[in-house]
Design a protein around this ligand. Structure first.
Ligand SMILES: Nc1ncnc2c1ncn2[C@@H]1O[C@H](COP(=O)(O)OP(=O)(O)OP(=O)(O)O)[C@@H](O)[C@H]1O
Length: 132
C-alpha cells in the first residue's frame, strides 16, 4: 500500500490523500528551496514586528496580500525550474533560460510589491515611534 502510494500516478482517491501530497510539496519547498525558506523567515520577522507595533486590520490585509504574492510567485518559480530541468536536464537551452528568467522576474516583481507595502505600513509607524 505504502509502496503503491509512493509510485502513484493515477488520480487521488480521496481528499486526505490530496492534502497529504500537498503537504509533501510544502515540505519539499521548505527543505529544498533556499529562497522559499528565506521568504518564510522574512514573513515571520514582519509578522512579529506587525504584532509588536499593533498595526491595524487594514494593514494586516495588505501585508498578507504581499506575503502570499511573494510565496505564490516563489512556488510558481520552483514549478518552472523543476519542469524545465525535467525537460532539458543539464543541457544549456535558450528557451529553458528564458522560462527560468521570466519565472525569476515574477518573483522579483512580487518582492518589489511586498517591499512597497511594507514601507508604506512601517515607515510612518517608525517615524511616529521616533517622534514620541
Ligand atoms: N538548462 C538551462 N539552460 C540555460 N540557462 C539555464 C539553464 N538552467 C538554468 N539556467 C540559467 O541559470 C539561472 C539559474 O538557474 P536555476 O533557476 O536553476 O537556479 P536557482 O539557483 O535554483 O535559481 P533561483 O535563485 O531562482 O532559485 C536561470 O535563471 C537561467 O538564467
Amino acid at each position: 500500500m505504502v509502496l503503491k502510494d509512493k509510485r502513484q500516478i493515477d488520480k487521488n482517491r480521496h481528499f486526505f490523500q490530496s492534502v497529504g501530497h500537498a503537504l509533501e510539496g510544502i515540505k519539499k519547498l521548505i527543505l529544498e528551496e533556499r529562497n522559499f525558506r528565506f521568504d518564510l523567515i522574512i514573513t515571520l520577522i514582519v509578522l512579529c514586528v506587525g504584532l509588536l507595533m499593533r498595526i491595524a486590520i487594514y494593514d494586516w490585509l495588505w501585508l498578507f496580500a504581499a506575503f502570499f504574492s511573494v510565496i505564490g510567485s516563489e512556488v510558481l518559480n520552483s514549478i518552472v525550474e523543476n519542469v524545465v530541468d525535467l525537460i532539458v536536464g543539464h543541457h544549456f537551452d535558450l528557451m529553458a533560460k528564458r522560462a527560468k528568467d521570466i519565472a525569476a522576474g515574477g518573483v522579483l516583481l512580487s518582492a518589489i510589491f511586498a517591499v512597497i507595502i511594507g514601507a508604506l505600513i512601517f515607515i510612518p509607524k517608525f517615524i511616529e515611534l521616533i517622534n514620541k
